[in-house]
Design a protein around this ligand. Sequence first.
Ligand SMILES: Nc1nc2c(ncn2[C@@H]2O[C@H](COP(=O)(O)OP(=O)(O)O)[C@@H](O)[C@H]2O)c(=O)[nH]1
Ligand SMILES: [Mg+2]
Length: 199
Amino acid sequence: MARPGNKIIQAKLVLLGDMGTGKTSLVLRFVKGQFLDHQEPTIGAAFFTQILSLTEATVKFDIWDTAGQERYHSLAPMYYRGAAAAVVVYDISSKDTFTRAKKWVEELQRQGNSKLVMALVANKSDLEPKREVETEEGEQFAQENGMFYIETSAKTAENINELFYEIAKRLAKAFPSKPTGMNLNNEVRDRRKLFCCLG
Ligand SMILES: Nc1nc2c(ncn2[C@@H]2O[C@H](COP(=O)(O)OP(=O)(O)O)[C@@H](O)[C@H]2O)c(=O)[nH]1
Ligand SMILES: [Mg+2]
């Protein structure tokens, strides 16, 4: 629950990445603490909410989990437009999904939202023996694109909470504590499009 004086940030978060990389599994692990070995493929997109309380803010996530198949690609802008955070996911055991993740990042960069909090997630870290993408490759790409990098496993729950806590922290930092006066400058106005302040 929000503490008195603790600001509340409502933030739209979108998950992007190839089909089968574990986007839905990451969200279900975070929101419900569960994991299914045979997760049904997402049709179109799915919506979830979750609240995280930090000392500096309470973050209410509106999570859009997209399908990832090429045939749904044209729908993606609907989900990442107006998003405060984007999580781009690949599978460490598949080089192709890393290539696809890079394409998503390029697409997000073209949208030109410099305030978007972006995470590059190397999922399925439990599949180390089958690894095709080295940690350094992911880290370097993330660094070049102003993203933070994290290796997760929806299966073992490794780094799942850490991923969302880090995003929440970055959102809390980006969010102006109390916009003052009537003369909202463009920056504050732009940020207000990203966040809706309830507190
Ligand atoms: N070993 C392993 N399998 C995973 C992990 N995350 C998801 N999966 C499996 O990968 C498949 C695709 O997962 P899903 O969440 O549907 O991927 P999405 O298409 O990106 O939403 C499912 O069979 C999941 O059980 C993980 O961290 N480790
Ligand atoms: Mg899915």
